[in-house]
Ligand binder design. Sequence first.
Ligand SMILES: [Ca+2]
Length: 383
Amino acid sequence: MMTRTLFFLLALALGAPAGATSSFAGRDDVRSFIVEMQAKHGLDPAELSALFAKSQRNDRVIKAILPPKDPAIRSWQTYRSRFIEPRRIAAGLRFGQQHAAALAKAEAQYGVPAAIILGIIGVETIYGRHTGRFGAFEALATLAFDYPPRAALFRGELEALLLLARDEKRDPLSYQGSFAGALGLPQFLPSSLRRWGTDFDEDGRIDLTASPADAIGSVAVFLKEHGWEKDGPIAVPAAVEGEVTALIDAGIRPQRLPAEMPGVRADGSPAQPAALIDLVTPDAPTEYWLGYNNFFVLTRYNRSSFYAMAVFELAETLEAARLLPPGRTEASRLAHGRVAASGQKAGAKKNAKTPRRVRHLRATCAAATGPAPRSAPGVCARA
Ligand SMILES: [Ca+2]
C-alpha cells in the first residue's frame, strides 16, 4: 500500500498521470478505434493491437502542438525574417538548379509556376533539411487519443496513415515526420498524401521524402486541385486610406473587384476579384496587399496569410536571383537574392532594387498579358 502511494506521488511529482508511460494498448478509446478500423477497412485487429502496444503517448508532441504560454505577438516582420533569409534562399537556388527538369515539367503540366513550388518546399522544410524526427504513428496516436481539441482531425490522419502503410506495404511504425505527422519535403499529412501524392518520377511509388520529383509534382497537383489558375495574379501591394476594417473582416476569400474597395488603391491591379490582406507588425506600419485567387489557393496549404505571403516572397526572391545573367557566381546571385528580400517595404523601393533583366521581363510580360506581372513570378519567365 505504502509503495503504491509513493509511486502515485512520484508520478504526480513528475507531472504525469499515473500510468502515462504505458503503451496505448488496452485503452478503451484505442480498442474502439481498432474495432472501427476492422469494420471499415478490414484491418487486422491483432496487428493493430501490436502496433499500439509498441507505442506510447509522446509528451513532446503535446508540448509542440500547445499554443505558447505567452501568446507570441503576431508580427509579420518577425515571421517573414524566418523564411526570407540567405540560408533558405541559397538552398532554394541549389534545389531549383538540381531539379530544374521536374520543376519545368510540373509547371508545364499543372500551370503552377516552378518558383511557387520552390517557395512551398522552402518554407515547409528548407528543401528537405527539416522533415521532422517524430515517429508519425506515435505522434498521430498521441494527438488522436491524448489531445481532445484536435482529436477528430488526427484520428482521421492516423486512419489515413494505416491505409497508406497498407497501400505501400510498409510498417506503419516506419514513417518519420513532424510532431503533427506531416511527411516528406512538402510536409503532407497522410490524408493529403493519399489524395494528392503523385509519382512524378514514374518509378512506381510515391515517395515525398526520398524523391524530390515526387514532392515537386505533388505540390503542383495539390495547388492545381485547390483551384490554382495558370498565369493568374497572386498578390499586389495596396495603399490604404481610412477605415478598412470591414474589408479585412470579410476574410481572405477573394470577393470584390479592386475598384469596389473604398479607400484601397493598388495601381495597375488586375480587375479580378480580390481580398484585402493585412500583414501586421507591432510598432510598424501594416502592409496591405490585394490577394487574388492564387493567393487564396496558397492559404489552402496552410491557412494563414503570413504563410502564403512568405511562400510568395520566397518565390519572387528566388525567381529574381535565378534570372540574373548567366556567369554570375552563386555568391553574387545570392547577394541579389538578399537585396530583393530586403527591399519589400514599398513597391517602388522593391522595383528599384529588382535586377534590370527581371524588370525588363516584367515589362515584357505586362505588355503581353496585362498588368501586374509582379504578382506572378512564373508568368514573366515565359513571356
Ligand atoms: Ca516516385
